[in-house]
Design a protein around this ligand. Sequence first.
Ligand SMILES: Nc1nc2c(c(=O)[nH]1)N[C@H]1C(S)=C(S)[C@@H](COP(=O)(O)O)O[C@H]1N2
Ligand SMILES: [Mo]
Length: 451
Amino acid sequence: MARGDNRDKQLSAPTEFAAGNGLLDRRLFLQGGMAIGSAMLLSGTDAAAAGETAIDPRPKWMREPGAEFRPYGFPSLHEDEVVRFASPNRVMRNNGASWTPLHLLEGTITPNGLHFERHHNGVPSLDPEQHRLLIHGLVARPLEFFMSDLLRYPLRSQICFLECGGNSNAGWNRIPSTAEAGYFHGLASCSEWTGVPLATLLHEAQPGEGVRWLIAEGADAFAMHVSIPLEKAMGDAMLALYQNGERLRPENGYPLRLILPGWEGVLNVKWLRRLELSDRPAMARNETARYTELLPSGKARIFSFVMEAKSLITSPSSGMVLRQRPGLYQITGLAWSGRGRIRQVDVSADSGKTWAPAELQEPVLPKSFTRFRIPWRWSGAPAVLKSRAVDETGYVQPERKVLLAERGRHGFYHYNAIVNWAVDEQGSVSHVYDDDDQDLGDHPPVDAGWD
Ligand SMILES: Nc1nc2c(c(=O)[nH]1)N[C@H]1C(S)=C(S)[C@@H](COP(=O)(O)O)O[C@H]1N2
Ligand SMILES: [Mo]
């Protein structure tokens, strides 16, 4: 095990520590000079047995033909735990959400079958041949499109995250959630969307004087409708028909949905059927009674639109165990900001006393999931891991204490505080608060239900 000894000696050199409690320089992985070293070292005889020898070493799957072709692929049967976690409303099963298992995924793109879902009254089974989009209201030329009409326009693709305004809302609770990272923060996913820039169609409809808002309506049994400022509609808004190269999944809005990159999920109307141009917002249920919050001043925060920067260590994270204790680990996670690119992600292994910058995996795209990584040498002692995102506007992801002081105790939406994962001496990882929540005043428990 001479190689392993060497590696340990190298890593204990003090110059390579980037911050307290074992965080190492982010470039160590990139330089290729550091392997985790978890492969089994074969003895000479093992190595011979692995090749062509007297005993047939071939596993059973090499001794019979494999499965046949199939028209549409599924994940390996061995990956059957990589699934969404669904939490329907107790009263109405068609209303609820399902979370993306962020802690079980890698890279930055969410597979279509694992994109989170949020429906207020189920997934409509609508006929794409009959479905139409109407653009009307304060316009010179009201227009109606079949899906085949929309598909004739020049299409454009854009990678961006989609996040429900209610994502991570368990963070408002006094008791730390015990859910896995994805089942706590996974009302967020990231896809490549392809469709028609909304501005193209709005120009054709010729908006009248005084148009300031667009009221968008979905063709589901909830008839979701929300209001969108004209500037966003004329900016990077898109009418998406495709998701990661294939037509939208029914649960994500087939055959047509609105995509407003970086803006809260509820505005991204699925099964889109109507866009009404108006001089005022609709003041609909989901922009007044919901997706707003009462502040300590007694005023309500409404039309918050942009999802502020957030980051989250996905591994190691809540519910995992560091098996090779103590030793060298890769800390990895995701960061995103509705305002643009992620500029930096700092990681701490000592509960925020010291921080080191993580490596950001290229390409770092605006309003998209950004993967970060940093090597960590765990000593075997208890540790608290944190990540903190900074976006290109200079906005810094707040500590929970700061967010609570700003928003008060009536929060339910727009929770983006720094997350703490505690590692105990056994290597078990759990979610903790480090802000002594008892001192932050009394508050009613957050109702985890959806309505
Ligand atoms: N028509 C319609 N659009 C909708 C919703 C809905 O219930 N009906 N839910 C909204 C909410 S609250 C969110 S967070 C996103 C979720 O999109 P997804 O299910 O594709 O992840 O869709 C939005 N668009
Ligand atoms: Mo949402």
